[in-house]
Ligand binder design. Structure first.
Ligand SMILES: Cc1cc2nc3c(=O)[nH]c(=O)nc-3n(C[C@H](O)[C@H](O)[C@H](O)COP(=O)(O)OP(=O)(O)OC[C@H]3O[C@@H](n4cnc5c(N)ncnc54)[C@H](O)[C@@H]3O)c2cc1C
Length: 483
């Protein structure tokens, strides 16, 4: 790099962390401005907002209603498998997708749709493997999805499929990203709320933010990356009022972490597809699961104001103070899923979370990858409707950043392919010494669970003993401000 550019990334969720890591690996000096502060000393507050409740690294199999989402997810899944270390999966290896008999009886050929989708996934994977042997991450294409004859203990099953959707544990993701940000030398500024971003006449960007000590500070960056989830749209539209943003649906969703006092025999996710949905059981380890039952979870769905890109007022209120139906919906969700999953019989709610899911359509079963926006030369915006697309989008936004550096003469065009490839190398190639000691690793992960306001039991992996973590079995309700 002829001149080391300064890049400012706004937001320290998964999108911002990956933008910072990949840009830093490419040779840029990177500052992350994240509004939240760490609750655990010695850690960065990463993935504390929407990225704290993810549990699935999708493969497309759960989107039989939408072949493009299926292909996008599979691409995301492949790139993530190459980018993240094994640790983030915490031992959960695949997903079981069930097509319900009641849906077939109601005249919807969900089994046929799932079978067709498995074919789409197999052929898309075969194509990716042919393009690059490094993409062969799930074995032979013919074997990555398969139909299984029987599912014990679940009612109303027409067909079941084993698929490469792989669970992951958001606390272990944060643990890995914190270490990698330090390895890359990223300047992570917590408690820094960005208030304004302007483009200067020379093409650079002036960023103003309220810093950790409450004082207004500023930075001038060569390039910026807007990764502040929904707040990024406001910043982007202010920078470039002509920017075309798709119609955006913002769904207010409720999701629960529950304990598993009787353990679980599942180190895979169970997802049941039906009109009134059977919901999802996603164990994070032997002691804790994420559960989701759409009729209870889907509280509201509003369209983002296209001109102002403002967050709906109701959402601001609910995220800060909770929704009046939260408790009732949480009880309904747990009660309903007990019908499907016997291990939930004695489960208690460990955490109730209100979050906003972003989509370009109103139907949650059809998910669109929004991709990366070029707001101006040198300014990108990445808003992730799905965690699964994080590494794919990081590669795209780094390509845009490099393209700008080439245009201004700071990077040689011939260097771009190698910089891109090297920036996408697997995290934790250099592992921290504490990663080899189970207790120390759990201790680090626990600090992130505290930052992320999720149950500390998430710090464990499958097969870990529960001893280092005390589970408070009293029900907890939490409303989080994730504007
Ligand atoms: C209920 C639910 C379940 C989900 N489950 C899954 C799943 O299993 N798998 C999957 O693939 N996807 C899932 N998703 C989607 C996934 O959560 C998101 O795609 C992903 O977490 C978005 O990451 P992000 O970095 O864009 O946003 P965030 O994680 O929200 O990060 C944005 C960051 O920007 C910071 N910020 C905001 N404003 C400012 C500012 N002015 N200045 C500085 N910093 C700022 C915030 O503090 C935050 O840290 C789920 C979504 C929901 C709602």
């Amino acid at each position: 790099m002829k001149r080391k550019e300064l890049h400012v990334v706004i937001g320290g969720g998964v999108a911002g962390c990956l933008a910072a890591i990949t840009r830093s690996r490419a040779g840029y000096h990177v500052v992350v401005l994240e509004k939240e502060r760490a609750r655990s000393p010695g850690t960065y507050p990463v993935c504390t907002q929407t990225s704290n409740i993810v549990s699935e690294n999708h493969s497309g199999a759960e989107y039989p209603f939408d072949p493009q989402s299926a292909r996008d997810c599979l691409d995301g899944r492949i790139v993530n498998e190459r980018f993240f270390p094994e640790l983030i999966y915490g031992g959960k290896t695949y997903s079981r997708i069930i097509a319900s008999r009641s849906m077939m009886e109601a005249g919807h050929d969900i089994v046929g749709q799932c079978r067709t989708n498995m074919g789409i996934i197999r052929s898309h994977y075969a194509q990716r493997c042919a393009e690059d042997p490094a993409n062969v991450v799930f074995g032979a294409p013919a074997t990555i999805c398969r139909e299984v004859p029987d599912v014990r203990g679940v009612h109303d099953v027409a067909a079941a499929f084993l698929t490469p959707q792989r669970g992951m544990n958001p606390v272990l993701v944060a643990t890995v990203l914190d270490w990698e940000l330090r390895q890359c030398g990223v300047d992570f500024r917590e408690g820094s709320t960005v208030t304004t971003v302007n483009r200067l006449e020379d093409g650079r960007y002036a960023i103003e933010y309220i810093g950790a000590d409450g004082v207004l500070e500023s930075l001038v960056a060569d390039q910026i990356s807007l990764c502040a989830a929904t707040a990024a749209f406001r910043m982007a539209r202010k920078l470039n009022p002509a920017l075309e943003v798709p119609r955006l649906f913002m769904a207010l969703r409720e999701i629960l972490y529950v304990d598993l006092p009787d353990g679980t025999d599942k180190n895979f996710t169970c997802l049941k597809l039906e009109d009134s949905y059977g919901g999802m059981l996603s164990p994070l380890n032997d002691h804790c699961a994420m559960i989701y039952h759409p009729p209870a979870a889907h509280i509201m769905n509003l369209v983002m104001a296209p001109d102002t890109c403002e967050f709906p007022e109701e959402y601001v209120y609910y995220l800060r103070h909770g929704h009046p139906e939260m408790r009732g919906r949480a009880v309904w969700m747990l009660h309903r899923l007990r019908d499907f999953y016997p291990e939930l019989a004695r489960s208690k709610i460990l955490g109730t979370y209100l979050k906003v899911a972003i989509n370009t359509v109103s139907d949650s079963r059809v998910r669109r990858n929004i991709g990366v926006f070029s707001v101006h030369p040198g300014a990108t915006m990445t808003v992730l409707p799905k965690w699964t697309m994080c590494a794919v989008n990081a590669r795209k936004e780094l390509a845009l950043a490099l393209q700008h550096s080439v245009a201004v003469g700071n990077v040689e065009p011939d260097d771009v392919p190698e910089l891109l490839a090297e920036s996408m190398r697997t995290c934790w190639r250099t592992r921290p010494a504490w990663a080899n000691d189970d207790e120390a690793l759990t201790g680090h992960a626990k600090k992130h669970a505290i930052n992320m306001a999720v149950p500390e039991v998430l710090a464990l992996r499958f097969g870990d003993h529960v001893a280092p973590v005390t589970i408070d079995r009293a029900p907890v309700a939490m409303a989080e401000d994730n504007r």
